[in-house]
Unconditional design. Structure first.
Length: 327
């Protein structure tokens, strides 16, 4: 059943057992910049339906009240969410530019349907899978050297896309806990109150916008299943290709944090480190539609007969872990 936000909010408050005053304090304490102007009058207008906060603020409220964000997103009626009509034209042009830019860098045939796989990798597994790829990215040479010196003290997550022959044709590799990276010369210094709430995604590989979005949707679903209560920001390496950078700024509200120039004369492109607000990214209508479609697919998925991804396996594992923790 799809509820209007005012009804959902009333239910969340009642379930959590907090007063309106306590809710305002909770939101301002957790996400001050987003809710610093919130007062009793505005909250009353949300509860009686006279006004509705932006979608990303609704997600923040859900997080603060321990609502299952994955289930909430699955239940949304996206047909009622309005956004400017110019949005579609901008997105269309950016996607075309993205496809052209990526295809220029691509060197292999890519099937339309691929299998995606999310895994936790050891240092050695990471090197075996991606070491050669990152070894060819000169702008990140110093960062990768510093990172790999930490060896097995770093845990890696990866999302790979595979063709019918099991060959990797796209990937992202990430680090969930980045405290050990904070402040090293080849990285940046993240405010201490954000370190535990942040993770890192290294430069990835993909050859068209469809597979690019597949990686994004897989990453968001993983976030909703396992990390929505703890993570708010992603730091993301991306090649200095203007359509790609603009695409990230438009879709993800990304901020430029650092530029890494090429260190090899043969390497013509530098690399940007961007910062993404995860909740604001998910609230983007394009991503939200794709994420909801994937979540609805998972709700009816039979993992024994479907081999397109391993998200159902992860969902079941996370659900069992949460039950054990509760018990």
């Amino acid at each position: 059943m799809t509820l209007e936000f005012k009804d959902s909010l009333s239910l969340w408050i009642e379930t959590k057992g907090v007063s309106r005053k306590e809710l305002i304090a909770l939101l301002q304490n957790k996400y001050y910049e987003e809710f610093k102007g919130l007062d009793a009058i505005t909250l009353s207008r949300w509860l009686n339906g006279k006004s509705t906060p932006p979608l990303y603020k609704q997600f923040y409220i859900a997080k603060c009240l321990d609502v299952n964000l994955k289930e909430h997103i699955s239940s949304l009626d996206l047909s009622k969410i309005k956004y400017p009509t110019k949005y579609d034209a901008i997105l269309y042009n950016l996607t075309k530019a993205l496809d052209f830019s990526i295809s220029v860098l691509s060197y292999r045939y890519v099937p339309k349907y691929v299998k995606s796989e999310i895994s936790r990798d050891t240092y050695n597994e990471h090197l075996e899978r991606f070491g050669e790829f990152y070894g060819n990215v000169s702008p990140l040479k110093n960062f990768k050297r510093a990172l790999y010196e930490m060896k097995s003290s770093i845990d890696y997550k990866s999302i790979v896309l595979k063709n019918e022959d099991g060959e990797i044709i796209g990937h992202w590799s990430g680090i969930i806990d980045i405290e050990k990276l904070n402040g090293i010369p080849s990285f940046i210094t993240i405010p201490q109150n954000e370190v535990d709430r942040s993770c890192l995604v290294s430069l990835g590989y993909y050859v068209n916008s469809e597979h690019y979005f597949e990686l994004i949707v897989q990453a968001i679903c993983l976030y909703l299943m396992a990390y929505s209560k703890t993570k708010d920001f992603v730091y993301f390496y991306i090649v200095d290709c203007r359509p790609l950078v603009e695409f990230c700024k438009f879709i993800f509200n990304a901020e430029e944090m650092k530029y890494y120039p090429p260190l090899d004369d043969k390497d013509k492109m530098g690399v940007y480190l961007l910062k993404f607000n995860i909740i604001k990214s998910i609230a983007n209508p394009t991503l939200l539609t794709k994420v909801q479609k994937k979540l609805n697919c998972l709700a009816t998925c039979d993992p024994k007969n479907c081999q397109l991804c391993n998200l159902k396996e992860i969902e079941l594992r996370e659900s069992n872990t949460q039950k054990i923790n509760i018990e």
